[in-house]
Design a protein around this ligand. Structure first.
Ligand SMILES: [Fe+2]
Length: 207
């Protein structure tokens, strides 16, 4: 007689398809096209020019698996950011802090070369380069964004608590992240973002 408990989720087999930047077995997909990213990059004329020659393909895609909800549940997925530059800035994700900011996240490099740009609400900034085989352990309370600094798709495997959630507004309300990942003499470098006005304090976040 089966003792199957309907409250226990079915395990999932996930296969990372590195060449495609996708994951079979995922049950959610999220795509962003260049047209969805108005205001993300500082150089408006470079953005308009890029939009003018855009083919409408996604510039980043996230496929993920969430098989249960609540405390203890994980979301596991793959994120792929296409290469490119808008003005001096490299192709990137919008970035976020977790809606429950204390939740951490793992990123593991699968292909390409990228940078995980991380900032705290009180102005600390860190950038860690990710190549295949490099993992970044992003602790709680860090705003984080993936940036593709190479010329091939940049894919990472990620894992975070499903209940963490995302707050994308934190960056928009600050005029962008404090630092920009821009082209430099050794492929990439960091520059100050003159539009950044500081982040809201954590106590101002909705609970
Ligand atoms: Fe995250």
């Amino acid at each position: 007689m089966s003792s199957y408990n309907p409250l226990i989720a079915e395990p999932a087999r996930l296969k990372v398809l590195v060449d495609r930047g996708t994951m079979s077995g995922a049950n959610a997909r999220y795509e962003k096209r260049l047209a969805d990213l108005t205001g993300l990059y500082r150089d408006d004329s470079a953005f308009a020019a890029a939009l003018g020659r855009d083919d409408g393909e996604p510039v980043y895609v996230v496929e993920s698996s969430t098989v249960e909800e609540g405390t203890g549940a994980l979301t596991i997925g793959i994120s792929t950011v296409q290469p490119g530059r808008i003005g001096a800035e490299f192709s990137m994700t919008r970035g976020h802090i977790h809606a429950h900011p204390e939740f951490a996240e793992l990123y593991y490099g699968l292909s390409g070369t990228g940078v995980m740009l991380m900032e705290t609400l009180d102005g600390e900034s860190r950038a860690i380069e990710i190549t295949p085989g490099v993992a970044v352990h992003v602790p709680g309370h860090w705003i984080h964004r993936s940036v593709n600094v190479g010329d091939t798709p940049f894919s990472t495997l990620f894992c975070y608590a499903a209940e963490a959630g995302q707050d994308y507004g934190v960056i928009e309300q600050a005029g962008g992240m404090r630092r920009l990942v821009v082209s430099g003499p050794e492929s990439w470098t960091l520059a100050d973002n003159p539009d950044h006005v500081g982040y809201r304090r954590e106590s101002e976040f909705p609970s």
